[in-house]
Design a binder for this molecule. Structure first.
Ligand code: FAD
Length: 463
């Protein structure tokens, strides 16, 4: 009997996995994961993502072992890897759960066309999103650009129940294609090994994701409407990396909330809605990380990098302005921004409220292009997501869909007293706060705010 290959991508789980289900139903499943750093247009993983991926693949292998399904790891161009594996030793079918980035879809379409031609059975499934971006359209047939009507339409649907873990005993037992040694991919940092804090904060893998989900539903959900804005408490779910890597499916999270919706569970469900909305935008705008959704922002006079190549701020040794370095290291002298940036560097995660404040400070008080912040988050977040990261940066910058208006500029000091009233979050991340070792603010909030508003006005006046 020829094996059926299930190609894992952003769905590193055995529960609620329709592609795996299909391969198991065929009777002889083989799992494949391809580290593709060669196909055109795929965004290379950042450092924190590589760390997460390594551990997530170990966790996936352990789960597949229990089902008796071998996992083949391959590094290379996906088309060539899949072609090789399906011809020698040969496969009868190929299954995957769909991806929604343009480059990924091009790769998948090419493989699908080739495999069908070669006589293989190929099927793909909806698993990573609650909506298919091409199926959900406005009355005029276009993409949604505003969140509320988008989510009203999507959340009115009935979402299928999650699928159970398949029963063991349907793995392929014949001669298998060789697998790469995961260590040979060098996904983990070595010199220096900066991932100690990540390992302390997180356990990648579906088992840990399910545990966190269960704990959140029983202990955190009822207070979410109050708690989720407070970085000084454990008020949000911490599920983002598990959703990013598909260790948890959105169907599992949705159904874990139960049928009856409280205010807290509706707010939480709408956060899942924002995840969907980000992917909706990304599907319709594949250049989300590199192009303003509102083209008038192409004229915005950033202090850095300047549109004429000039640098409105004094450069440090790496050519970037010193302010950018201070932002990345968490030494701007604005405690909420600094605490967030240190949390990010240490744990690979930052609280949502603080992400918004840190991003606003970079874009509006330092005048630095949102794309530079987006790239830093991409490299350092364990939940770095090809849709949610750029969509949220554009939301903060005002250049995105249904974005926060540019003139709404967060005051990091006001936000600190409001959302960390006892200073617990600051004390945790900035032990030297309140001593002479903590720096003065690197900019004047009032002046830079006025400069930002002036720049915005200028952008709108130019036709
Ligand atoms: P909860 O409050 O418990 O929310 C539950 C889930 O809903 C999250 O796990 C996440 O999957 C989703 N979610 C919540 N808020 C958003 C949002 N605004 N946009 C999209 N999905 C959301 N989220 C990422 O998953 N990856 C990113 O790369 C990312 N980059 C961001 C960059 C900036 C500048 C900002 C302001 C936000 C970004 N977010 C990103 C959104 C949000 O900050 C995180 O999803 C959230 O902090 C994760 O914590 P949580 O799981 O405890 O969230």
């Amino acid at each position: 009997m020829k094996p059926s290959i299930v190609w894992f991508r952003d769905d590193l789980r055995v529960a609620d996995n329709p592609a795996l289900r299909a391969a198991v139903d065929d009777g002889a499943a083989v799992a494949l994961y391809v580290l593709d750093e060669e196909s055109a247009g795929l965004r290379p993983h950042g450092g924190a993502s590589r760390w997460w991926l390594h551990h997530s693949l170990l966790a996936l292998r352990a789960e597949l072992d229990k089902l008796g399904i071998p996992l083949v790891l391959r590094r290379g161009r996906a088309f060539e890897v899949v072609q090789e594996l399906t011809t020698t030793p040969g496969a009868g079918a190929l299954y995957w759960n769909r991806r929604y980035g343009a480059a990924e879809r091009t790769v998948d379409a090419g493989i699908k066309a080739w495999a069908r031609e070669a006589g293989l059975h190929v099927s793909s499934f909806q698993a990573s999103l609650l909506h298919e971006p091409w199926n959900v359209t406005t009355k005029t047939g276009g993409q949604y650009k505003v969140f509320t009507p988008f989510w009203r339409t999507v959340s009115a649907q009935d979402f299928r129940e999650p699928l159970p873990v398949p029963e063991a005993g349907h793995g392929y037992a014949g001669a298998m294609a060789e697998s790469d040694d995961l260590e040979s991919w060098s996904l983990l940092p070595t010199k220096p090994d900066w991932a100690g804090g990540l390992a302390q904060a997180w356990t990648p893998g579906a088992a840990a994701g399910h545990k966190r989900l269960a704990r959140f539903v029983s202990e955190g959900l009822s207070n979410y409407s109050e708690g989720h804005n407070r970085p000084d408490t454990d008020g949000s779910s911490g599920l983002s990396p598990y959703l990013r890597w598909g260790e948890l499916s959105p169907y599992e999270v949705w159904h874990a909330l139960g049928e009856k919706r409280s205010e807290s569970s509706s707010i939480f469900a709408s956060e899942l809605g924002w995840r969907e909305f980000c992917w909706h935008q990304y599907f319709h705008n594949p250049q989300l990380a590199t192009a303003n959704l509102r083209p008038e922002f192409d004229r915005f006079p950033w202090a850095w990098p300047g549109s004429d190549g000039s640098n409105g701020r004094e450069p440090g040794h790496d050519g970037a302005p010193r302010e950018f370095r201070a932002w990345k290291k968490g030494i701007t002298g604005f405690p909420l921004v600094d605490a967030g940036q240190r949390q990010l560097w240490t744990t690979g995660w930052m609280h949502n409220r603080v992400r918004m404040v840190a991003a606003s400070f970079l874009v509006k008080n330092l005048g630095i292009h949102w794309q530079l912040g987006e790239q830093w988050f991409w490299d350092t977040l364990v939940d770095a997501d090809p849709a949610s990261n750029p969509a949220n940066w554009q939301w903060v910058a005002g250049s995105g869909a249904d974005a926060s208006p540019f003139f709404r500029i967060f005051n990091p000091e006001g936000q600190r007293t409001k959302f960390d009233p006892q200073g617990k979050y600051i004390a945790h991340w900035i032990p030297e706060f309140g001593t002479p070792d903590y720096p003065e603010g690197i900019v004047d909030l009032k002046t830079t705010r006025a400069e930002a508003l002036e720049a915005y006005k200028g952008m709108r006046e130019v036709h």
